[in-house]
Design a protein around this ligand. Sequence first.
Ligand code: AMP
Ligand code: ZN
Length: 684
Amino acid sequence: MSPKEQIQSLRDELREHNYNYYINDNPTISDFEFDKKLEQLKMLEASHPEFYDATSPSVRVGGEITKNFNTVKHINRMYSLDNSYSIEDLQDWETRIKKIVDGDIQYTCELKYDGASISLHYENGKFVQAVTRGDGNQGDDVTANVRTIKSVPLQLKGDDIPAKFEIRGEIVLPWDGFHKMNEERATQGLDLYRNPRNTASGSLKLQDSAEVAKRPLDCLLYQLAGDDLPIETQFDSLTLSRKWGFKAPKESKLAQSIEEVFEFINYWDIARKELPYETDGVVVKVNSLRQQEELGFTAKAPKWAMAYKFAAEQVSTRLEEITYQVGRTGAITPVANLAPVEISGTTVKRASLHNADQIEKLDIRVGDEVYVEKGGEIIPKIIAVELSKRPENSVPTVYATHCPECNTPLIRKDGEAQHFCSNELGCAPQIKGRIEHFISRKAMDIDGIGAETVGQLVDAGLISNYADLYDLTVEQVLPLERMAQKSAENMVNGIEASKQVPFERVLFGLGIRYVGETVAKKLAKHYKNMNALLAMPPAPEKENLDLFADVTSPADKKKEELTAIPEIGERIAETVVEYILDQHQQQILSRLRIAGLQFELSATQLEGQTDKLQGKSFVISGVFEMSRKDLKKLIEDNGGKASSSISSKTDYLVRGENMGPSKLEKAEKLGITMISEQEFLEMV
Ligand code: AMP
Ligand code: ZN
C-alpha cells in the first residue's frame, strides 16, 4: 500500500469506529486499539503533509487557535421558539393552527435540549462551517472548536447527500462529563462550573481548540435547512440525518394526534430525570413540511412549532429588600433582593416583582419567606408568599413615591401597570438607557461603544442624548479613564459608519415607546421616509362656524392615519404622535438629519415596491410555481397584506394546486374572489 492509500484506509476505519462509538453507542474495538491506530495515522500525516484533509479523524484533537471569532450572517435565520406551559396552551395552539392548515396534523415530538444552539454547514458531504445562533440573524464562526466534537461527523455517509445544506442542533455537555470536569476543578481548587448549558456555550468560545477537544461535549441535531432537500416531513428528516451519520436524538417520536403529544410529555416529565443530559421541555413540531410552510413564522418564532416547558423548580428564601430600577423609558421596575439561593444550578439573588399591582396582589413584604421559580432563560420570579412564616412585626409594603435616581415624584397613567419617572431629560438611567438603546446591535450597531462607555461619556458631560454622539471627537474622549488612542478612534469611526445604517433601524433606535424592531420596519415601509412619517395633517379652519364641519384635531387625524396601517394599534399611534409633537425630541431628530443619518429607504429597498395592492388582503393556499415566500414578498412589496387564514376581511384567495378542501369551502361560503397564480402575477 502506498502512504496515500494507507492514510486513506486508516481514516476510513477510524471514521467508522468513531461512528460506532459516538453515534451508535456500540464500539467494536477497544479504546486502546483505537488510540494506537490514531497515533499511526497522525504519524503518517505528519510525514505526508501533502495529504492534509480537514475532515480527517485526526483533527479531533484540535490545536487550531481562534483569536477573534468572525461574525457570520445566517443564510436561513435561526428562530427562537414560542413557549407553552400547560396542556391547555398546547390545545389552543392546535386550534389556532387548524384554522390555517387543511387536513389532519401529525406532530413530531422532540426533547428540548438545554445547551448551545449551533448551525453546521456541509458541502459535498464534508463539514465546512459551524456558526452559533447569536441573535438569530448572525452568529459567530466556531468551526475550529466544533470540529473537535466527536459526534459531529466531518464526512457524511451515503450517496444521496445534497451538495449543500445546513443542519441545526444543540451542543450539550452530558451530566457525567460535567461532573467529571467539576471534580477536576475541585482538585485544582478552582471555582466550579455552574451548569452544563453555560459550560457548553462557554466551551465554544475558547480560543484553543485543543482545550475544547478535551471537554466531553456532545452534539444533537434535529433540523435540516436548505433548498430542495429530499424530505417531506420533520420525522423523515430525522431518520435521514441519522442515516447520513448525524446524532439525531432517538427519543423523538411521531404523534398522530395532540393526545399522543400529551402522552409523550407525560412520559418524559418523569423519564427525563434518567437522561444523560439536561432537558427543560419538549418541542412539538408540525410534521408535514408543506403544512409548516403554510403556517410560516412570526417575527420571532415558527408558528409550526411550540416548546412545552416542564414545570420549573421552586425554592423558598427570604425577601431582604425591595429596590426600584429605572428603565430607558422611565418605567419603574420593583426588584426583590433575596437571600442568595440555588435554583437549577444557578445562584439567585434578585427577582423581578413586575409592578405595584403584583406586590399588592401577593401582599409581599420585606422579611417574608417567598417562593421563587426560575424557568430556562427567564428572570426568576416570585410566585407566592409563605404567610405562615410571616414575622410578627411585618408591615405592608408601601410602593415608592419618588424616583430612586432623581427623586422626581412618580406618576402612573390610567390603565397602566407601571409607574413612571417623567424626568426624561434629567434622570441618569433614562438618558443613558436611551443612548444605549440607540447604539445597540439591532439599532445603530455602533462598534466601539458599550454601556460602560456611554456611562462615562454622560458622566463626563460629553453627551446627554444620542445626537451628541455625532459631535464627539477623538481629542474629547481621550481623557476618559481606560480610553486609548486606538479605542477612541474606533469609537469615532464606528459612529461615522452608523450614518449608513438603514432607515428602519434608525427609526427603531430613536426609542419611541412601543416602536420595536417589527413596528419600525412596518412604519419605514409604509411611510418610506422620515418627512412623511412626521408630517401632521392640517388643522381644521378656525373661522368655520358650520357645526357639522370636521373638527378632528391634527393629532387625532394622525392617529387615525397610523392605525389604518395594518398591525399598528392605538397604543403605538399614541406614542408616535406624542413623539412627533415633542419639541425637544424634534430638535434632536433634526440634528441627526444634519449629521447625515439615513432618513429614507434606500433605492434598493424601494425597488419593486408599489401601492398596487394597497388595502387588499390575500390568502395563499396550495402549491405554486414560485415559492410561497416569494409570493408573499410580492404581495407585501406591492402594498398588500398576506395573511394565513381566510376571514370575511380576505379580498383574494390565490389558489395553487392541491388546495385543501376546507379552505376552499370556507372561501366559497364567504364569496371570496379566487385567482390563480397567473392572474395574481398579472395584477402586480
Ligand atoms: P428559546 O431559546 O427558549 O427561544 O428556545 C429555542 C431554542 O431551543 C432553539 O434555538 C434551540 O437551540 C433549542 N432547542 C433545543 N431542542 C430543540 C429541538 N428539539 N427543536 C428545536 N429547538 C430546540
Ligand atoms: Zn428619575
